[in-house]
Write a new protein. Sequence first.
Lengths: 211, 211
Amino acid sequence: MASSRAYGGVSAEQRRAHRRAALVAAGVEIIGTQGYARLTVGGLCSQAALNERYFYESFASSEEVLLAVFDEVMAELTTAIVAAIAAAPDETRAKARAAIAAAIELLTDDPRKTRIAFVEPLAAPALNSRRADVGRSFVALIVAQAHQFYGPETALRIGSWGDFAAAHLLGGLAETMTAWVRGDLVISREELIERSTELFVLVADHVVGSV
Amino acid sequence: MASSRAYGGVSAEQRRAHRRAALVAAGVEIIGTQGYARLTVGGLCSQAALNERYFYESFASSEEVLLAVFDEVMAELTTAIVAAIAAAPDETRAKARAAIAAAIELLTDDPRKTRIAFVEPLAAPALNSRRADVGRSFVALIVAQAHQFYGPETALRIGSWGDFAAAHLLGGLAETMTAWVRGDLVISREELIERSTELFVLVADHVVGSV
DNA sequence: TGGATCTGGCAAGACGTCCTGCCACAATTG
DNA sequence: CAATTGTGGCAGGACGTCTTGCCAGATCCA
């Protein structure tokens, strides 16, 4: 059983990983367009052009697929945001705008990802903890920025006001982005980015200023 | 078949309505605590202490139950908000605070309603249109307030900025409220109301002032 | 009191999904 | 070439839910 053999020039582990990636990609398609409720083992494997048997090679339940799909999108998002912040000029509004633009561009370029990031995880109990983690990362990012521009003592003193404001901003971004993707918010994407940045800076300045 | 007879002093239509109400109440319990995904015909009827046969008397599918449950909570919410606004003193911040306090108190007194209002409908395609309606009502309420305090021409000129800000505030309220109910936001309810009001007024003033 | 109506309980077929097991064929190694 | 290993396809039992139908008992009206 332990004898693994190369096939088509790729090792057994590489083939495994490849199949898993195909399943995750199929999951992005199904969950991102039809929703987690319509995800079935058969549908996923047929979308991935893979045998049903291989589902159980990589996952024990369809919920694990949801986790993997969510993590996949979050990893892309984090990478994009971190890179954008690093590349932006050293100024509060510029950093904020770069981060928001990166997020909006990534998620609206592929509406499936908007749904995966903001819509589907809400109803899944297993993703609430991850959502909380993402929220905390978001807070940490803001605090790090505040640290840089306002000094460490300010960032620390923000406290629960900061937690509250971060959650509020996150919810606002999520709602406006999903509404925009749905077509319920008829503005250009540039306007979406610009206004999101404006409210972000407005709220952040208000919080820092009121401590 | 058309012959209806009184039973226990109540007419056939009253009995029908009573059974429907029991089913909706059971739906609030199940959807509000376990989620729509776990709603089944059998579970609903057993929760309502009603025979399965009566499910089909009032609903054709479990999705209709979700709609009815959502509408039920939204009706309560609208009533509470409208009453609170009417009773509040004639001043922008007071009106806003009253509306926000009414919403937060109603929804956090019964966490099931928070979930029904903000969490479950997201994943249900059938509720997206209703969500949009609620959003528009929310916008209309704000515009009506703006109309009262800033005059009609200002309210009209807010335009898409207003739509955007309303969606942003709605998302912020939803996110902070659900986080608070989950226990991820450790502040008092008074603080939750106060800070929500503060950001609301901040954003609203900013939008009106920047037109 | 008798006949009509309402109610709760249950059963059974239909349906979709899950998960495992089996088999034939393809590809690789020695 | 032969033996081994990987792969695709499919079938079928288990399971849960849906939906309709039937029946016995309770309730009401004449």
